[in-house]
Each structure stands twice: as C-alpha cells, then as structure tokens.
Design a protein around this ligand. Structure first.
Ligand SMILES: [Zn+2]
Ligand SMILES: [Zn+2]
Length: 102
C-alpha cells in the first residue's frame, strides 16, 4: 500500500476535523478514504497515495460526511490534485485522471 501524500496516518487526526474545525485531536474511529471515487480511480488513488483519514462523521455518517456531501467530496478531489501536481505535474494529472478540479 502506498503512503498518503495528502495526510499522515501517524498522528491519528481526521483530515476534515483539521480543515473545517481546526480540531487536531487524535481519533479512534479513523477510516481511510480514497480521494478519487470510482473503481479505476480508487486504484489510482491508492497507487499515488491520494487518500486521507477521516472520522466516521466526516466519512460516511451525517451531513458533513464526504460520501453524503458533494462540496466536501469536491474539496478533497481538488486537494488531491494539488498534492499530486506538487509532486508530479499538471500534465501528468490530466494524463492520469483526465479532469481538472482546481
Ligand atoms: Zn472528522
Ligand atoms: Zn470513502
């Protein structure tokens, strides 16, 4: 499994608790989320480390969960693209994912 290039697993934080609430506390309910949805893109997300760790409330359950909230899903896609392009290039992003989210 590739290491995430978006978020470190080691400090046990939730990516969206940090981003939306300035909450850097360690969580016990973290789940791995691949930033690019869809079967093929999920595999590519894994390959390139485009994944974050989320608390249950920000992953699957409730109005601020990425799987229920288009705006937050989109935010993670944009942040994945930024992290990817910092490491590779915009051309490579378009070649691999074929769509601009920024
Ligand atoms: Zn959270
Ligand atoms: Zn997910």
């Amino acid at each position: 499994m590739a290491k995430s290039i978006m978020h470190s697993k080691d400090d046990r934080t939730c990516y969206l608790c940090m981003l939306l609430r300035d909450d850097y506390s360690a969580r016990v309910d973290l789940q791995e989320h691949h930033a690019m949805p869809g079967t093929a893109n999920r595999r590519l997300s894994e390959h390139y480390g485009l994944k974050v760790y989320l608390c249950v409330e920000h992953h699957l359950v409730g109005p601020e969960a990425v799987h229920n909230n288009k705006r937050l899903l989109r935010l993670l896609q944009a942040n994945a693209q930024i992290a990817f392009e910092r490491r590779y290039s915009h051309e490579k992003w378009m070649e691999v994912f074929g769509r601009n989210f920024i």
